[in-house]
Design a protein. Sequence first.
Length: 45
Amino acid sequence: MSDDSTPSRTPSERPSRQPENKQKRNLVFIAVLIAALVYAFAGLS
């Protein structure tokens, strides 16, 4: 993990109108996915 990765990511983090909405949707999607996985594992146990 080098600092070289940070500067490359900065331009993508800039407010461009829709990036925040997309990121929030992605976060919700991942959260639901993880919850479903945990639920499935709990049911299997």
